[in-house]
Write a protein that binds this ligand. Structure first.
Ligand code: HEC
Length: 122
């Protein structure tokens, strides 16, 4: 018996939503300067943030997850920088203002923003 089968391959439509819900835009790795900034941010993150926030910001505790679109303290670059510099009173999120230089805060804030943008475009 001959059976002609036709397979319809449903091609998932990859909709790359604009990263607005991550709150403002992060620098992407498009240029050398931006990838240098991301690389610097990732080095700071590995040492100072990853022990709590886990790789890719994927902490199981929602308040600590950094790769989702839910920001409890604001997701704009300025707000993220403020959270990192000032910390969150009464929590384990301490102030990094005396531990990191302003440039390191900039770099790691940009890296954190990118975690959300990256997770969205997966
Ligand atoms: C000792 C553990 C610990 C370390 C280290 C740590 N954090 Fe946090 N972080 C937390 C906790 C806990 C919270 C949640 C605070 C709350 O309850 O709102 C948090 C919250 C945050 C938030 C706010 C997220 C939101 O939803 O608005 C950001 C941004 C953040 N951390 C970035 C960083 C960065 C960047 C570093 C490294 C420079 C870092 N954290 C290091 C524990 C830590």
């Amino acid at each position: 018996m001959k059976l002609t089968k036709s397979f319809i391959l449903a091609i998932p439509l990859l909709v790359l939503l604009p990263a607005v819900s991550c709150g403002g835009r992060a620098q992407d790795a498009g240029t050398d300067a931006n990838s240098a900034l991301l690389e610097k941010g990732s080095r700071v993150y590995r040492v100072h943030c990853r022990p709590c926030h886990l790789p890719e910001g994927n902490a199981p505790v929602l308040r600590m997850r950094l790769n989702d679109t839910q920001w409890n303290h604001g997701g704009s670059p300025e707000e993220i920088k403020k959270t990192i510099s000032e910390g969150v009173n009464g929590t384990q999120m301490l102030s990094f203002k005396y531990k990191l230089s302003p440039e390191e805060v900039d770099a790691v804030a940009n890296y954190v923003k990118n975690l959300c943008v990256r997770a969205q475009s997966k």
